[in-house]
Ligand binder design. Sequence first.
Ligand code: GSY
Length: 173
Amino acid sequence: MPGEGKREKAFLGLGSNLGDRQSYLSAACRELAAHPSIQIIQASSLYETEPVGYQEQGWFLNQVMEMETTLTPEELLFFTQGIENELGRKRLIRWGPRVIDLDILLYGNSVINTPDLIIPHPRMYERQFVLVPLGEIAPDLLHPDGSSTQEHLDALRQRGNSEKIRLFREYNP
Ligand code: GSY
């Protein structure tokens, strides 16, 4: 039965750059919170961020959430993909615009590398739109490699990352 696993802390990255971006993030958050095997612990502020990858698209709103869940990583992936589909996500252009994107960033201290799921998220250490909101809610969190979020963010900035990011709205539940 889904949701009968061990209780784990997980972090999800949320992004939207089509339509009413803030409403899509709120709708995804409501759907996550409504699952009986998920408890939302914290949510970051919303950040407006320059698109990374495919440039010919609007800026994103990004946010990170911390949750506790008894879903396995695969069950969590299945559930988040269901939310993306329900909210109308179409996979037309790789790295292209989307109404909602839900990425599992971290799941406990697990390192997973299967054809369907890679955790920690394979590009999260290259992206300010992930590390800045994650650093807001969990700066001291230790990642599977033993470094903290703040250390990862400092290292990214030292490598000269110049992605534009600005605070859009402070989190206000
Ligand atoms: O990886 C998530 C989707 N995505 C984003 C995003 O969420 N934010 C920004 N700033 N750029 C992005 N490019 C892609 S693809």
